[in-house]
Design a protein around this ligand. Structure first.
Ligand SMILES: [Zn+2]
Ligand SMILES: [Zn+2]
Length: 369
């Protein structure tokens, strides 16, 4: 099969012919309906050879995966061929520690490095992917697997960061989402579904701010040096009880801290490489600053349930696998509306009203699940 792979560290990915995988004991082969593109992929591509240690490239990219079970290995009893599933990407988790057993495999205590499909292991940018253990699969029932793909990272990352912040986000408080692209647009929706907070979206693009309003933001603010002041004005000087930074560069972190209320919580999910001083006088008293990496299987189950109920709008830009490079170009140059998802395996025809087709690809699809 043809797979879109990182052949060598710091080289542009390319298509390579690789053998189709087969399921060994306890393993499952998934026919990939959707494999999402993520900003992390650019980081993965740019890492030098030393980063990968004993497990260097080549490997197939793609860590946001959903599809149909193609083959189950011996000992796998709870899944069968044809089942629709989403794939929890925490493949380096041990499955036995406190975190793993509470469904928080993303924070496994024995993970030696951040490894996932498409991040060291063969991922979803191929017609088939070998899932090493059945525990990484979450059934999705009738949910369209192409829409389920982004839930496995973009969805659960924002969901987990918000869920753990809930005790500090009371009705009438303010929750800010910085960056309402592929991640942030989920965050706005989760805040709407889970809290009674006033939701403020911050972005540099008017189109995205407009979208954020449609998806549930009460107020929108253009990013820039005045953004934090603007948020303070909106909150009568109090500031935000919760700020989710989906970008994570110096400028957005500065805005986040300046907009935070006393005792507020700043969660950084965007790995933009930025930093801020953690200083007794430079962050608000009582503030909590946390990072949040991906999510676990419980988060994935819960996000899938919300999508299945039609509560979550999932915006995807669909590309055939053969258009992978084009998709990454569109991503890199800000031409996406939703999350770019590659479609490696042939799928059933879409409903005629759900897609708009142009010459090169099918763009964008907005619909409830
Ligand atoms: Zn990702
Ligand atoms: Zn563990």
């Amino acid at each position: 099969m043809l797979a879109y792979r990182l052949a060598q560290a710091q080289k542009q990915p390319e298509f390579q012919e690789v053998p189709e995988p087969h399921a060994g004991p306890g393993q499952v082969v998934v026919r990939v309906a959707g494999s999402g593109l993520c900003h992390t992929d650019f980081t993965v591509i740019s890492r030098d050879r030393n980063h990968w240690g004993d497990e260097p490239p080549p490997f197939t990219l793609g860590h946001e995966i959903a599809g149909w079970i193609e083959e189950v290995g011996t000992g796998v009893t709870r899944f069968q061929r044809g089942d629709t599933v989403a794939v929890n990407p925490s493949w380096a988790s041990c499955g036995r520690c406190h975190m793993c057993r509470s469904g928080e495999e993303n924070h496994c205590l024995y993970q030696k490095a951040i490894r996932a499909p498409g991040v060291g292991y063969d991922g979803g940018h191929a017609p088939y992917v070998l899932v090493p253990e059945a525990r990484f699969l979450v059934p999705i029932g009738d949910l369209d697997p192409i829409k389920a793909a982004p839930l496995t990272d973009a969805g659960i990352t924002t969901y987990s960061a918000i869920k753990s912040a809930l005790p500090g986000i009371w009705p009438g408080s303010t929750a800010v989402v910085i960056g309402v692209g592929g991640l942030g647009i989920y965050a706005v929706q989760f805040l709407r579904l889970l809290t009674g907070a006033r939701i403020v979206a911050v972005d540099s693009t008017d189109a995205r701010l407009k979208l954020a309003r449609q998806y549930g933001a009460d107020d929108v603010v253009s990013s820039g040096p005045d953004a934090a002041n603007h948020i303070r004005e909106l909150t009568g000087g109090v500031g935000a009880a919760f700020v989710l930074d989906c970008v994570g560069v110096n400028a957005t972190l500065a805005t986040a801290v300046a907009a935070l209320s006393w005792r507020g919580r700043l969660a950084m999910v965007g790995a933009g490489g930025g930093s801020i001083p953690f200083d007794f006088f430079k962050v608000p008293p009582g503030a909590q600053l946390v990072t949040s990496l991906n999510g676990g299987s419980i988060a994935l189950m819960e996000v899938v349930e919300m999508a299945a109920l039609g509560r979550l709008k999932i915006l995807v830009d669909r590309y055939p696998l053969s258009e992978a490079k084009h998709a990454y170009d569109d991503f890199e140059h800000g031409r996406l509306v939703g999350r770019a998802v590659l479609m490696p395996a042939p799928v059933e025809p879409r409903a005629p009203d759900s897609t708009v087709t142009n010459s090169s690809r099918t763009v964008p699809v907005t619909a409830g699940a």
